[in-house]
Design a binder for this molecule. Structure first.
Ligand SMILES: Nc1nc2[nH]cnc2c(=O)[nH]1
Length: 453
């Protein structure tokens, strides 16, 4: 789409809870993939913009029944866990890590295996419409570099961290950073690799300081990572107050919550993404807001490993930055659409309560907690992009053209629109609730086609 003008109908949601419907809009993209202008039908220069694009042979049109959406921004993925997606869901978080996840992640010492798994993952995520992903890799330097190379090669926007875990008390001998120095040097080396990569001049991939979570890191390492994040101006990602076990562990080791502890290690800032964050206190939420850090809400994963639902509506009302995450493989789906649906569903359950043995009057939690498809779509796109401070996720001048086409007529797809019933943002509601990978016809990152059927 570079250098073209796209005539398309579609949707974006720059503001939480609101959908902006684009009808036959003209979106002009420059030679680098940046949106130059968005001209709506009815605007004074609409006909002139269209006529010029036609005369210059630069007009492209979406077919009837196809809709333009911003690409999805997945704010929490464990790349090495893709081979266990849909499995290993039978135990608690602390057991799952030791029994399934650390042994699987340790396999990435084998570079050939890493390349194969990462190639499949990145291709599948792109085909699912995910144009930006925030990735945890593994402790391994070579395999993490292979993930960087794969994203650059396949054209996915990505933020990638070498996982840091050096605490002998909680990390197995076979899968651990050897020392504080090794953990910190490995992090610096990955930052340099990403920033100096010859194919990354445009900054499509960014490095991320990635302490796995407080239980897996020593204090010396957390302190060192905070210093690196400050020096290098990098993004930071970690898990925060995910489950009762994890939240309780940090309270007993540090005498404070994850949020407070990350803050004192200088790991809580504008470019920090806290995965899960289900058990935040009111003052944790306030601290995250003041620091302008962000939460990656992972609704499917939380059903299996958190035993709690993140209060998304309250967080958005408080003004927190929030994105949506699949949490592959804690969440058993690579689809952001499925996670949008889960976000809506769990919010309804949080509002009403779920135990039929409890009287209806007391079953509800007493606070309005429900969100709808508009909020879900926002956190999956513009909200996640804003949380990561990236110029994507919406169709506005100056933003990168990262976008997908939903073909609502695709034979192998899972949705049907009805002329008699579906119009306006009702079409987006149907897309959010019923579209699937087979409906995703084209995916662009930076105006380049990275997937098409
Ligand atoms: N969901 C999830 N939580 C974690 N906490 C520490 N590591 C992990 C992980 O891999 N997945």
């Amino acid at each position: 789409m570079r250098g073209k003008v796209l005539l398309a109908s579609g949707f974006h949601a720059p503001v939480a809870g609101e959908v902006d419907v684009l009808e036959d809009a003209l979106i002009a993209v420059d030679g680098e993939g940046v949106i130059l202008s968005v001209t709506r039908r009815g605007e004074a220069d609409y006909d002139a913009v269209k006529a010029r694009a036609v005369a210059e042979g630069r007009l492209e049109r979406l077919p009837e029944g196809s809709y333009l959406l911003p690409g999805f921004v997945d704010c929490h993925v464990h790349a090495p866990q893709y081979p266990q997606l849909g499995g290993a869901l039978d135990v608690s978080l602390e057991v799952w890590l030791q029994k399934y996840t650390f042994p699987l992640e340790a396999r990435y010492a084998d570079l050939a295996f890493a390349k194969r798994a990462y190639g499949l993952l990145v291709e599948d995520l792109i085909a699912n419409g995910t144009t930006t992903t925030l990735y945890f890799a593994t402790v391994h330097q070579d395999a993490t570099r292979a993930l960087v190379d794969t994203c650059l090669e396949k054209g996915q926007r990505a933020l990638i961290g070498k996982v840091v875990m050096d605490n002998v008390e909680s990390c197995p001998d076979y899968y651990r950073d050897a020392s504080v120095d090794a953990a910190l040097e490995g992090t610096r080396a990955l930052i340099d690799y990403v920033r100096m990569h010859p194919d990354n001049a445009a900054g499509l991939v960014k490095p991320v300081v990635t302490p796995r979570f407080i239980p897996s890191c020593t204090d010396a390492t957390l302190e060192g990572l905070g210093a690196i994040a400050g020096e290098c101006g990098c993004h930071v990602q970690t898990h925060c107050s995910e489950s009762d076990w994890e939240h309780g562990y940090v309270l007993s080791r540090h005498g404070m919550t994850d949020t407070e502890s990350l803050d004192r290690f200088a790991l809580l800032g504008r470019h920090t993404m806290l995965a899960h964050s289900n058990l935040l206190t009111a003052s944790d939420m306030e601290k995250i807001r003041v620091r302008e850090a962000a939460v990656a809400h992972c609704p499917l994963s939380n059903a299996y490993f958190a035993g709690a639902v993140f209060p998304l509506r309250a967080a958005l009302e408080k003004g927190l930055h929030v994105g949506l995450g699949t949490d592959i493989s804690g969440g058993p789906s690579a689809s952001m659409l499925e996670n949008c649906r889960a976000a809506v569903t769990v919010s309804r359950m949080l509002e009403t309560g779920v135990d039929p043995a409890v009287d209806a009057a007391t079953r509800a939690n007493g606070q309005p907690a429900r969100i709808d498809f508009r909020h879900a779509f926002h956190v999956a796109t513009a909200g996640g992009a804003k949380a990561l401070d990236l110029p994507v996720g919406q169709f506005s001048p100056g933003y990168r053209f990262d976008a997908i086409v939903i073909d609502t007529t695709a034979k192998a797809g899972s949705m049907r629109l009805w002329d008699e019933f579906d119009s306006g943002d009702g079409v987006l509601q149907k897309i959010v609730f019923t579209a699937s990978k087979a409906n995703i016809a084209t995916v662009w990152v930076d105006g380049k086609t990275v997937s098409s059927r």
